[in-house]
Design a protein around this ligand. Structure first.
Ligand code: ZN
Length: 313
């Protein structure tokens, strides 16, 4: 991807928090109800801000857990079939013309050697890259099983594993929970998949990024921030606290547990997407196109096994 398409520079505008509070006050007056804290804002309030004259809906193509590998199926995971499933998704995306595409992690599955795994990455990324120039990759545990983070990121030409960017009036954050409890990055089989954490440095960055932003915000993650079982991020309570305190986060999209799921915690939708690798044949595919309207409506059109949702502003 073109690195220039990402904004790695945080907005340092110190007036953002003030703007948000001023906006919150306006929202309270408009809604005629007393809200004591910015964190209590509803999505409706967040999005009832007058859209900028040139803002339009942002359209996002979403896929997750492709686990591409040139190896025989194992259980319900049909690694080679991902190529055909992605081809089908590509045709849908070509018709819908998303502004950008995001894959929510586990793009590849493990190989016995670094060279072979890099071959898997090259094959699947060549196909994914043909969909859209503006692409975003969330690191999954399987992306950095045999490979190091630098090797994976180099292979997909992405500068960082966690960062943020704006499209139209919406702020997007990509998170990386591929850190062990001791803060060390995953890579070269040095981790257990249940020990997923957002590192202290990243959490600090996240708090700062949210603080300097006043736009409605959507977060992309691989491991889940809404559960405390094996599929959950160990320090998800701290991450959720940061998201809730910002008062701007509308939704978190995540993968990892392979099945559709939706939880609402603290006014934020935590939506888990269906894995592309699961099951054989076109009837087992899963992908989606999401529209985020300036008025706050989020509509997810799910295809095949992927559920559809609509959250009105
Ligand atoms: Zn997976």
């Amino acid at each position: 991807m073109n690195p220039a398409s990402n904004s790695f520079v945080e907005s340092a505008d110190p007036t953002c928090r003030l703007n948000r509070h001023a906006f919150a006050r306006r929202a309270m007056l408009r809604n005629g109800s007393l809200v004591l804290a910015a964190t209590a804002l509803t999505n409706k309030m967040l999005f009832s801000k007058e859209p900028e004259s040139n803002s339009k809906a942002v359209r996002v193509g979403v896929i997750t857990d492709l686990h591409y590998a040139d190896k025989s199926p194992a259980g319900s995971r049909h690694y080679r079939e991902t190529l055909g499933k992605l081809e089908t998704a590509s045709k849908q995306f070509a018709a819908n013309q998303p502004d950008f595409v995001v894959e929510l992690g586990d793009l590849i599955d493990a190989a016995d050697s670094v060279d072979v795994e890099q071959g898997y990455l090259k094959t699947i990324n060549r196909q994914f890259a043909s969909i859209c120039d503006d692409r975003h990759y969330v690191l999954g545990n399987h992306c950095v099983d045999t490979l190091s983070k630098d090797e994976f990121l180099g292979g997909v030409e992405q500068e960082r594993s966690f960062y943020s960017f704006d499209r139209e009036g919406i702020h997007f954050i990509v998170l990386d929970a591929c850190f062990r409890g001791d803060g060390k990055s995953y890579g070269r089989r040095n981790f257990h998949w249940t020990d997923a954490n957002v590192s202290a440095e990243e959490l600090e960055w996240l708090r700062g990024d949210l603080k300097s932003n006043s736009k409605p915000t959507v977060v992309f993650a691989h491991q889940r921030l809404d559960v405390s079982n094996n599929h959950g991020v160990k320090n998800c309570v701290d991450v959720r606290k940061a998201l809730e305190e910002s008062g701007n986060v509308v939704a978190v999209f995540q993968g990892h547990s392979h099945q559709n799921d939706l939880n609402e915690i603290g006014g934020i939708h935590y939506c888990t997407m269906a894995a592309m690798v699961e099951g054989s044949g076109p009837e087992s595919n899963g992908y989606s196109v999401m529209d985020i309207q300036p008025d706050g409506t989020i509509e997810i059109k799910g295809f095949v096994r992927q559920a559809s949702y609509r959250w009105d502003a």
